[in-house]
Design a protein around this ligand. Structure first.
Ligand code: HEM
Length: 248
């Protein structure tokens, strides 16, 4: 099948190859950050489950206490987060898709289900029980969670419906958006750590604000990457294959 778009000049092909390498390095850092956060919080919940107390907020603190208070949602969130961060990178490896498309399909179904549950369980805590209360400074976190949880669910639904309609190009684009949104939890942690170390602004303000910042930065990065690598037609030929043909 012939490409409907003229071949890219060598400089543009080199540029997107360089951005791809930078992207994988960034994704690796974010995945490690997210996994550390998961194990950190899971360790806390495990030790809390071995303690005797009546009021988790008084026993721990207003931030950590909520994870104990809503431990079912917290565990659902951590387990689905672990699945998302483990399977996520594999979904974007063309070599795995080429070797076994059924593995890609099955892990994709698990990934989409885990993504939906992560958005719903995160939504439960962040929308209704944000740090600092929904009628206080937590309103910022509550609104950020509402926006990102709903938009994530939308992106996941589009990723599924487009591949059912055999539109590979659109499926890839919605998956890139979904993955960028999932990775935002790690971007947020990095932003939060930097701002806590370099400013005197308190965590109650920083927490919700960095949620917005991280989500929007990741979404913007995903839109740039999608535009740079959009394949023609229904996208059955990956941009890498097209670049390889042009280079030959
Ligand atoms: C759209 C999907 C997601 C939404 C809307 C979401 C939302 C949230 C919210 C609102 C909280 C509670 C923050 C608080 O008030 O303390 C939270 C906590 C957390 N989320 Fe997510 N989340 C999502 C996906 C993920 C993913 C994919 C991971 C995988 C790493 C993840 C890992 C965590 C962790 C580790 C915590 C605990 C944070 C801590 O220990 O400080 N989340 N999430």
């Amino acid at each position: 099948m012939k490409s409907q778009r003229p071949a890219l000049p060598p400089s543009a092909r080199s540029l997107r190859r360089a951005i791809e390498i930078l992207g994988w390095v960034t994704v690796s850092i974010l995945v490690i950050t997210g996994l550390v956060a998961i194990f950190d919080r899971a360790g806390f919940l495990t030790s809390a489950s071995n303690m005797d107390f009546t009021d988790p907020i008084a026993t721990f603190n207003p931030f950590d206490g909520r994870y104990v208070q809503f431990s079912l949602s917290s565990w659902a969130h951590l387990i689905t987060g672990l699945i998302i961060f483990t399977l996520g990178p594999l979904q974007f490896m063309p070599s795995i898709r080429r070797k076994s498309i059924s593995l890609h399909r099955w892990s994709g179904r698990i990934w989409l289900s885990a993504g939906s549950l992560a958005a719903i369980s995160g939504g439960f805590i962040g929308i209704f029980q944000p740090f600092m209360g929904v009628d206080g400074q937590g309103f910022n976190e509550s609104m950020a969670t509402t926006f990102f949880a709903v938009y994530t669910l939308f992106c996941l639904a589009k990723a599924y419906s487009t591949i059912r309609a055999r539109n590979v190009r659109a499926h890839r684009e919605w998956m890139v958006r979904s993955w960028a949104l999932m990775l935002a939890i790690a971007t947020e942690r990095i932003m939060l750590a930097i701002l806590m170390a370099t400013t005197d602004i308190g965590v109650p303000v920083l927490f919700g604000t960095t949620f917005w910042m991280a989500g929007l930065v990741n979404l913007a990065a995903s839109e740039i990457w999608i535009n740079l690598t959009r394949s023609p037609g229904s996208g059955h030929r990956h941009w890498k294959d097209l670049d390889a043909v042009s280079a030959a």
